[in-house]
Design a protein around this ligand. Structure first.
Ligand code: FAD
Ligand code: SF4
Length: 538
């Protein structure tokens, strides 16, 4: 093994001042050379922390090694064994908090850019033509209905199709993809990429029915008879509002409506596309999560001169990922923490002119473990604006889905399941945001995979999920190899005849060489071969 390379290859991006005036993707992607160089940094740990950190357990050293060798076709095949949406995940998964957080290289330098490599091989495959679907297995004669075509629904459908099930997805909207299509903006996740991965799922034999609202067109109980099991991946698509005066004014949007008009209905191309989206020069966004950042960055691209994010806690407490907050600030979006909107104000003609804000301060800790924002002593003030976007959370109304079927929900209204996606009705399964509340794409993918395995077990009594075969995991410690025994270093002590005459410490410290030799006796069972064969621990 050569010298360890701790420095990550940078991702080329559009410059902030250029990108705020277009909807093109901000990150531009690696070249083949950069991808191979980056992949070559991987140490191929025998016990790879990155795999443990991946919610869907991708064989990361396997696919990264193939990229390093330039075998991109085998790399994408390895990825797709566990994830039907690699181009999406390579763009929007929070890898820094998952697989990359566990990467050994990250302990001393930059973790391998696993997400960027995932994106590279998925895009490489698309450049070669239509993504390859594995050969269809023989049908097992069982039918499964999936409600919702977000990442949870697409995953459960793909995995079951690979096992020979006949799967139909019912999607309420006229395009598939869930939040990937209507929520996450084009400049972070181009819709052509989502369409490509949806087409891949269809190419596995999945039947996709659009404009089909389960609960209206047909309730879940009326799917029984035609289907042996139902998976509900309906997401969390209903917006919360603050309930403050002025929220009904013209110019106030929920983030869901605002982003849906822009992403799904292509409002940013109005009038070439039918859906209008009011363009404003000063925009205030309520909230501190990723949805608030996406709304603010979208408003900027729609031509706003000034966008202000109003958040009632501190900047450090914002739930948005650090990368998203940094990107917003780079684009000159103003973050105004510790303020609570109390009224949306209008002029004599009823036109929205600003948001009255109350300065906040931090009080005691609340049930989320964060200090609760409480009203401060300073007077209310007005942030002038002509548009407001509320991005303060979403919820699910599951009642219309189930007509007369008792499916348990949590106090907050999310569907209650066990860890494998089983609800209280034994033929109904669920996963993704509808169960957890707003979370992440890869969380929904993981839930879809688990539910597919549960549905298979429920309908056949066994587990056919070939993709769950164990990744060979090894460590440096091989009990059969009978490693050479090295005795533990003894502790030096003051001679008995000397110490009995004083209160000085009896045990002395090791010399540096002894401490190093003792530390080297550790077999590094946690990292496997990396300890012995790389320079990481020298
Ligand atoms: P969804 O993606 O919400 O899909 C549910 C689907 O079900 C929708 O298509 C909906 O139309 C359909 N549906 C609902 N009811 C019915 C019905 N009755 N009949 C038929 N169909 C129905 N996560 C990340 O990991 N990275 C990010 O960068 C990121 N950015 C985000 C940005 C925004 C603006 C938002 C809102 C979320 C973001 N998330 C992000 C979160 C992530 O997108 C979600 O956690 C994920 O999409 C949840 O997947 P899902 O399949 O459970 O539901
Ligand atoms: Fe490679 Fe090891 Fe990092 Fe995984 S943890 S990406 S195997 S260096």
């Amino acid at each position: 093994m050569g010298k360890v390379d701790y420095v990550r290859r940078p991702m080329p991006k559009q410059e902030p001042l250029e990108r705020v005036r277009n909807f093109d993707e901000v990150a531009l992607g690696y070249t083949a050379e950069a991808a191979q160089e980056e992949a070559s940094r991987c140490l191929a740990c025998k016990k790879p922390g990155c795999v443990d950190g991946c919610p869907v357990g991708i064989d990361i050293p396997g696919f990264v090694g193939l990229v390093a060798d330039g075998d991109f076709a085998a790399g994408i095949r390895t990825l797709k064994e566990k994830n039907a949406l690699p181009a999406v995940c390579g763009r929007v998964c929070p890898q820094e908090g998952q697989c990359e957080k566990e990467c050994l290289l990250g302990k001393k330098g930059d973790a391998v850019a696993i997400g960027r490599l995932e994106r590279y091989v998925a895009d490489w495959e698309a450049e070669q033509g239509t993504p390859q679907a594995p050969p269809s297995p023989a049908t097992n004669g069982k039918r499964v209905a999936v409600v919702g075509s977000g990442p949870a629904g697409l995953t459960v459908a793909a995995d079951l199709a690979l096992l020979g099930y006949t799967v139909t997805i019912f999607e309420a909207l006229h395009e598939a993809g869930g939040v990937l299509t209507y929520g996450i903006p084009e400049f972070r996740l181009p819709k052509s990429i989502v369409r490509r991965e949806v087409q891949y799922v269809e190419s596995l034999g999945v039947d996709l029915r659009l404009d089909y609202i389960v609960g209206k067109t047909r309730t879940v109980d009326r799917l029984v008879g035609e289907f042996d099991a139902v998976f509900v991946g309906a997401g969390a698509g209903l917006p919360w509002f603050l309930g403050i005066p002025g929220e009904n004014l013209n110019g106030v949007y929920s983030a869901n409506e605002y982003l849906t008009r822009c992403n799904l209905m292509r409002g940013y191309r109005f009038p070439a596309w039918d859906t209008p989206l009011k363009r404003a020069s000063r925009v205030a966004v309520f909230g501190g999560g990723n949805v608030a950042m996406d709304s603010a960055r979208t408003a900027l691209r729609l031509g706003a001169d000034q966008v202000t994010i109003l958040y009632r806690r501190t900047r450090a407490q914002m739930p948005a990922w650090a990368e998203e907050i940094d990107a917003a600030e780079e684009e000159r979006i103003v973050l105004q923490p510790l303020v609570a909107p109390v009224e949306i104000v209008h002029d004599a003609a009823g036109k929205l002119v600003g948001v009255k804000c109350r300065p906040m301060t931090l009080g005691d800790y609340d049930s989320s473990g964060r200090r609760r924002p409480v009203a401060g002593r300073n007077a209310d003030f007005v942030v002038e604006c002509d548009q407001v976007i509320a991005a303060i959370g979403q919820w699910l109304d599951s009642a219309p889905l189930f007509d007369g079927i008792d499916v348990e929900t949590t106090k907050k209204g999310w569907l209650k399941t066990d860890k494998d996606g089983r609800t209280s009705a034994d033929w109904i399964f669920a996963g993704g945001d509808a169960v957890t509340g707003p979370a992440s794409v890869v969380g929904a993918i993981g839930a879809g995979e688990k539910a597919a395995v549960s549905i298979d077990a429920r309908l056949t009594g066994s587990n056919h999920a070939f993709w769950r075969r164990d990744v060979a995991v090894d460590t440096a410690f091989d009990p059969d190899a009978d490693p050479e025994e090295t005795p533990r270093a003894g502790v030096p002590v003051v001679a008995a005849n000397v110490r009995v005459g004083s209160f000085d410490e009896v045990e002395l410290s090791w010399a540096a060489e002894v401490a190093v030799a003792e530390a080297r006796r550790c077999l590094r069972c946690d990292y496997g071969k990396t300890c012995a064969e790389t320079e990481v621990n020298r």
